[in-house]
Write a protein that binds this ligand. Structure first.
Ligand code: SAH
Length: 344
């Protein structure tokens, strides 16, 4: 059955017209859905006959909440189930400037980054654009507030699910839909170089975030298998192309792991790699996962790392650790849920 959340307004209109319905009904139905009303029975201005037809022909693929946790800092972590029973996570963060949601783009991930819990069981399947939209609509209903920012930083590699993510970007931005501006959307990638070029050619104004985590290929290969495929030089060239095409500042994510990539020399080398690049560095104290021995850098080392970048003129901030009391790091919640269930 087609998911209405996968369709643009024009696509839905054509569907209705081809079934002998009036095209204007499409907008009426979308207005309800994007207002948070997902049950056709509750759509007051829709005739019963059309409601029946919709029930038979189209689903509204909102995921179901399996578990919900709220952190002391207000961050909410949702474990949700998709229609086929697959579980994914999303995180809602409340900032003064609005609500941000971190959504998943794949069930699992096949990138194999050593410190990440999402990838431990490989990838199971891609998430559809409708399922990405569904995560946001669900979150808005739970919060009772609008979501204004979206980061594609949950489980999965967005550029490994390119077509669905592109469709999602169209839908999330559409005025008839969630109407979230492209500037309020961040796509994070481990660095799939050809796809970065493809993305740049779409001329969008979303923020591109690159998970760099090391200044040299040698170091990067130790923690990120994708580094065997693409070199940092190739990534930086692709970023230069992205900046040139979009005029957007790139975010480089750098998860600080004790004794692995957090020394003063690392910071200096990173600063020289990024010299002159229109960018911002997001330093993330690594979220410790029980399956791996990686440990968080000390507060002093993190501060020193940030200070070195800044002294070299590189903009850097340390990401606030939100929701760490509720297993908010990528993939942790799903894993612990599956483990508990499997051991029962
Ligand atoms: N696949 C994409 C997006 C998902 S992960 C990517 O690689 O960018 C979002 C960010 O969280 C990435 O920078 C990722 O490297 C980082 N990350 C994953 N697990 C982490 C952990 N345990 N601690 C800190 N950062 C982590």
């Amino acid at each position: 059955m087609k998911d209405l959340l996968d369709l643009t307004l024009d696509e839905f209109k054509s569907e209705l017209i081809s079934q002998g319905e009036s095209g204007f009904r499409a907008k009426q139905v979308f207005d309800w859905i994007y207002k948070g009303v997902f049950d056709y029975n509750d759509m007051k201005n829709i005739p019963q006959a059309l409601k029946d037809k919709l029930k038979d022909g189209f689903k509204v693929g909102i995921p179901k909440v399996v578990e919900e946790y709220t952190s002391n800092d207000g961050t909410k972590k949702l474990l949700v189930s998709l229609e086929d029973g697959n579980l994914i996570e999303c995180v809602i963060m409340k900032y003064i400037h609005g609500n941000t949601i971190c959504i998943s783009t794949q069930v699992g991930c096949r990138m194999g980054c050593k410190f990440c819990a999402s990838t431990l069981g490989g990838v199971i399947r891609n998430i559809t654009s409708g399922e990405m939209i569904g995560q946001i609509l669900l979150a808005q209903n739970i919060l009772g507030e609008r979501i204004s920012n979206v980061v594609l930083m949950g489980s999965g590699e967005p550029l490994d699910n390119f077509d669905n993510v592109m469709k999602f970007l169209e839908l999330v931005n559409a005025e008839y839909g969630l109407n979230i501006g492209q500037r309020h959307i961040t796509l994070s990638t481990c660095g799939i170089v050809p796809k970065i070029y493809e993305l740049a050619d779409k001329d969008l104004s979303i923020t591109l975030a690159i998970s760099l985590h090391a200044f040299s290929d040698e170091k990067r290969r130790e923690i990120m298998p994708i580094a065997n495929k693409y070199s940092i030089k190739e990534i930086m060239d692709a970023c230069a192309y992205y900046i040139d095409k979009t005029n957007r500042r790139i975010t480089f994510e750098y998860s600080l792991v004790k004794g692995v990539n957090d020394s003063k020399e690392d910071a200096k080398a990173l600063a020289s790699l990024l010299r002159g690049v229109l960018c911002h560095v997001n330093l993330i104290p690594v979220n410790e996962i029980k399956e791996k021995e990686y440990r968080k850098s000390s507060k002093e080392d993190i501060k020193a790392f940030e200070a070195i970048l800044k002294s070299h003129g590189i903009e850097a901030t340390v990401r606030r650790e939100m929701g760490s009391d509720i297993n908010a790091a990528c993939g942790q919640l799903r894993r612990s849920y599956l483990e508990t269930r499997n051991s029962n």
